[in-house]
Design a protein around this ligand. Sequence first.
Ligand code: SAM
Length: 235
Amino acid sequence: MLQIPDKLRFKPASHAIPSYLRATYEWAYLNPRNVRWLDNETIVGVILFGNHVRLRNAALAEIRTGQNVLQVAHVYGTLIPEIARRVGPTGSLEAIDVAPLQAALCRRKLWGMRHTDVRISDASDPGDGGYDVVNCYFLLHEVPDDMKRAIVTALLQRVAPGGRAVFVDYHRPARLHPLRGLYRKLFERLEPFALSMWDHEVRDLGADAAAFEWTKEIFFGGVFQKTVAHRRGSI
Ligand SMILES: C[S@@+](CC[C@H](N)C(=O)[O-])C[C@H]1O[C@@H](n2cnc3c(N)ncnc32)[C@H](O)[C@@H]1O
């Protein structure tokens, strides 16, 4: 009998575009005309106030040649092909995104790299694989709080013994940070789920946090964080 690989099966509930994405980020991720100019290193640099290279390098520093990596959601710019080059053909990169248009952009960037694969999948239901590194780059601040918890819990489950989950995202700025007020206003107007990143540690969002050792590094006066969850055990 013909066996259909799991990744080709139609899973309507978990693969439907979430309502928060349509309601808040349609212009940024679902509108084909806009994504054409947004998917660009310069734009990403502006959005992250010039911190993109530093943050991207911080994420890349967690990844080594030969590792199996799950990239959770497409990221504008060059981060994803850089991860593919970093793991190299002795490793693998699997990228997921819930939006078909974003998955297609990601696929195009990875064209010809046979150690990569792109699937349409929700981050809260990323499949059954186990990975050395699960990389979640600026996704959490764009999803509602219950989704943040579902995503962190699901991603931690996908980390192999000795592996790690890497979360690069917004964080609470220092009290006297000159841009703190501006960020608050921007979030209130444009990114309604981002402000809660100021009040929650990523480690408190995952159900099985105790199985991991957690480290956190902050950047740009606390505006950004890299939080890494290392699963105990060896690869
Ligand atoms: C990684 S986030 C933000 C990245 C950052 N703003 C950038 O530079 O691109 C954006 C992506 O997350 C995807 N996304 C949103 N919710 C998702 C979910 N629940 N599961 C998988 N992908 C999701 C969107 O379709 C979009 O492609």
